[in-house]
Design a protein around this ligand. Structure first.
Ligand SMILES: [Zn+2]
Length: 242
């Protein structure tokens, strides 16, 4: 996703050389995965009115997918790797997300937390993933863009902001790993959330699978905090945001 807060930027963005070479050399390799064929080329290539760039390593990370991410566990394990890479590369907070088409199983978009580098409090992994998917597909409603349904995988339970935003994205299902308590335990502020939000989602036709690979995700968060990862703090008190 590329939003631009100044004038529209028409510069072309150089394709990641590794991804480009891989695609040119072995088109079948790309086709043998369930990564949507245009995703690797279009990541971080759009211009708009507000700007949030995905990190430079994303195309390389996508190129590393060599077999289909077939089920919930495989997809979530990959999303946790995505969050881990965002930490390792120092390109944002310890959170990742990915949107898959429910019927075809195609990977449509990815997101990582970019709040600090993008100077943008809404740049949570879930928001980046759904906005990237919507802009790639050319529709604000994923139910229109993906009539077969869509599934959002997130490395952590949504915060109050994402919780409010996701029903307007048109997703049909949410799968998350670390719990709200796991995120709060390392110092992030998740906001005020209704305790029965999963029931509320069900009433809106959004199915939730909670705490898949929770322990692995919680370990990742604890490791981030233990290594001095930034718990950013928009209110200059003792709490931040995820
Ligand atoms: Zn959030």
């Amino acid at each position: 996703m590329r939003f631009e807060s100044r004038s529209i930027d028409k510069r072309s963005v150089p394709q990641d050389t590794l991804t480009g070479a891989l695609n040119n050399r072995t088109g079948t390799l790309t086709d043998s995965t369930n990564v949507d064929s245009n995703l690797r080329e279009t990541t971080a290539s759009q211009a708009g009115a507000i700007r949030i760039d995905l990190p430079d390593w994303i195309p390389r990370f996508l190129a590393s997918v060599t077999t289909p991410l077939a089920d919930d566990r495989e997809r979530m394990a990959w999303v946790l790797d995505l969050a881990r890479e965002n930490i390792r590369a120092g390109t944002g907070g310890p959170f990742g997300a990915a949107l898959f088409a429910a019927d075809s199983g195609r990977l449509i978009a990815v997101g990582v937390n970019r709040v600090v580098p993008a100077h943008c409090s809404i740049a949570h992994a879930e928001m980046v993933a759904i906005a990237t998917a919507q802009q790639r597909l050319g529709h604000y409603d994923l139910r229109q863009a993906l009539p077969g349904g869509s599934i959002l995988y997130s490395s952590a339970e949504p915060c109050a902001m994402c919780l409010g935003a996701l029903p307007w994205s048109g997703i049909d299902r949410l799968v998350y790993a670390a719990s709200d308590a796991d995120v709060r335990a390392i110092g992030f502020d998740e906001g005020d959330k209704p305790s029965d939000w999963i029931s509320g989602y069900a009433r809106r036709g959004i199915q939730v699978t909670a705490e898949l690979l929770r322990e692995e995700a919680a370990d990742l968060l604890r490791g981030y905090a233990a290594n001095g990862g930034e718990i950013y703090d928009p209110t200059a008190t003792d709490h931040g945001d995820s």
